[in-house]
Design a protein around this ligand. Structure first.
Ligand code: AP5
Length: 223
């Protein structure tokens, strides 16, 4: 069977992580969420974490040269030989070019870049109610509450509000998305790789659309 190499694109709070968790468990592919990787690096005080922290606290993107190597190493690894799901990477045209070059070097290619769209006002509602654990499992106080308040249903870790989910930081993250990441929608469209998903429905309904898309992509890959 051919590789399934997927990118999840979309503004902050569009549901990339929520849909990515479901996809990972359905497809059994490695899932690389750059936000989670960077937050772990900050927590562990690695060199990358020290470089990234100030950018993340403000809602700015970390520089391309900090993040590109992190992802290149993972998609070059044995665990990604059947494919991968990338969440939050690429986020700039420079990162998209680096990913394309890396895949070419590996004689591989991207299957699809899936953009999940939601309006800005929905982003703010979602991020202000988001609760996450240190393992990256995601809940929402109103739309997707855990069974026991403050405790992750999956791993039992404490649930917290993310440091960058403060109103002024959310505003900057949206501005960064519009300026630096939204151009990737056209970039992938021009290369025939873009797939669009409406992220404004409830999570399970959005996932039905994602599953239908996966079935189509699989058929196309195997044709
Ligand atoms: P990152 O962690 O990737 O943040 P983001 O892209 O802003 O995305 P989010 O994680 O906020 O949202 P999401 O789309 O995953 O939504 P979620 O599923 O959680 O990046 C953080 C920072 O790291 C960046 O600001 C940057 O500094 C740095 N960084 C990361 N990658 C980088 C890169 N490649 N280059 C440079 N810098 C990088 O859902 C949100 C909430 O909504 C949850 O509470 C969820 O339960 C709820 N929800 C989800 N779907 C629905 C639905 N359909 N209906 C109702 N509620 C829903």
């Amino acid at each position: 069977m051919s590789q399934l190499n997927l990118v999840l694109l979309g503004p902050p709070g569009s549901g990339k992580g929520t849909q990515g968790e479901r996809l990972q468990s359905d497809l059994d592919l490695p899932y690389y969420a750059t936000g989670d990787i960077l937050r772990a690096a900050v927590r562990d005080e690695t060199e990358i974490g020290k470089d990234a922290k100030a950018y993340m606290d403000k809602g700015d993107l970390v520089p391309d040269d900090v993040i590109i190597g992190v992802i290149a190493e993972r998609i070059d690894s044995h665990e990604a030989e059947d494919g991968f799901i990338l969440d939050g990477f690429p986020r700039t045209v420079g990162q998209a070019e680096a990913l394309s070059d890396k895949l070419e070097e590996l004689s591989s290619r991207l299957t699809a870049a899936i953009v999940i769209s939601v309006p800005d006002e929905e982003v703010v509602r979602r991020l202000s109610g988001r609760r996450t654990c240190s393992n990256g499992h995601i809940f929402h106080a109103e739309f997707d509450p855990p069974e026991k308040e403050g405790v992750c249903d999956v791993c039992g870790e404490e649930l917290r509000v993310r440091d960058d989910d403060k109103p002024e930081v959310i505003k900057n993250r949206l501005a960064q998305y519009r300026e630096k990441t939204a151009p990737l929608v056209d970039w992938y469209d021009e290369r025939g790789l873009l797939e669009r998903i409406d992220g404004s429905e409830p999570p399970d309904d959005v996932y039905e659309d994602v599953r239908a898309l996966m079935a189509t992509l699989r058929m196309e890959e195997e044709a």
